[in-house]
Design a protein around this ligand. Structure first.
Ligand SMILES: C[S@@+](CC[C@H](N)C(=O)[O-])C[C@H]1O[C@@H](n2cnc3c(N)ncnc32)[C@H](O)[C@@H]1O
Length: 231
């Protein structure tokens, strides 16, 4: 089993996402077979925040989750460590800051909610990062996450075949940085899912200061959505 540092050194994430920023949304949607939008919507639907609430979207990338939150009349700021992804988010109308999930430039309890999509596979210390995310949420506020999952049961062989052969092949055809993404994604999802199955991840959320943590596995286990409330 790989340890966190080998799965996801932070500098690696910067290099991985820089070249794909302009094409990220189009290809991410197609390569997830149109499923990623469903997972994001389910996560945002479950936040249960009232209009005008303040939300921080971390690892916001080009702002897919940020815009969804905004469409619910919530007040949202996005943060990402990649300059190129943050530029795209701004171009698409987000109020976006360049910041790492491990060191957020916000005071304790600033937000009613914090969201993050596809962040934890890229951080060195998952527990510390969760603590930092939770720090910025007020007591009683909500945290929501979207992440890939590894299907179990009969759909596993098809998922494995897709992520180990078709995804890298599609990445090679698309080019412009997608070959690296296509090769990286399957092993990264597997390593994270083995180390942090949903119940273990939920326990880490609780240890970081959240309660009533619940999760939903979607698309036969290919997507994982999680919510928790700050104690
Ligand atoms: C796959 S993209 C997801 C973007 C967006 N959340 C979405 O749902 O489309 C992952 C993003 O995480 C960002 N990221 C990776 N590690 C990070 C960290 N430690 N702090 C902040 N952002 C990070 C990357 O720059 C990239 O933009």
């Amino acid at each position: 089993m790989m340890d966190d540092a080998k799965v996801s050194p932070p500098a690696f994430a910067s290099e991985l996402f820089a070249p794909i920023a302009p094409t990220y949304e189009r290809w991410a949607h197609l390569l997830s077979m149109g499923q990623d939008g469903r997972w994001r919507r389910a996560m945002v639907d479950g936040l249960g925040l009232s209009p005008g609430s303040r939300v921080l979207d971390v690892a916001a990338g080009t702002g897919s989750i940020t815009r969804l939150i905004e469409s619910r009349d919530l007040d949202v700021v996005s943060a990402d460590q990649s300059l190129q992804m943050t530029r795209m988010a701004k171009r698409r109308g987000a109020l976006a800051v360049l910041a790492a999930g491990e060191r957020l430039p916000f005071s304790d309890g600033t937000f009613d909610g914090v969201t993050f999509g596809y962040l934890l596979r890229y951080v060195d210390d998952v527990s510390r990062c969760l603590e930092e995310l939770v720090r910025t949420v007020r007591p009683g506020g909500v945290v929501g996450m979207v992440e890939f999952g590894r299907p179990n049961g009969p759909s596993f062989p098809a998922w494995w075949l897709y992520t180990r052969t078709l995804l890298p092949a599609a990445g090679a055809v698309i080019g412009s940085g997608w070959w690296e993404v296509g090769r990286f994604l399957g092993p990264s999802i597997t390593a994270f899912a083995e180390r942090y199955p949903p119940a273990r991840l939920a326990a880490l959320w609780e240890a970081a200061g959240m309660e009533e943590v619940r999760f939903r596995q979607m698309s036969l286990g290919g997507g994982l959505v999680m919510w928790g409330w700050r104690k």
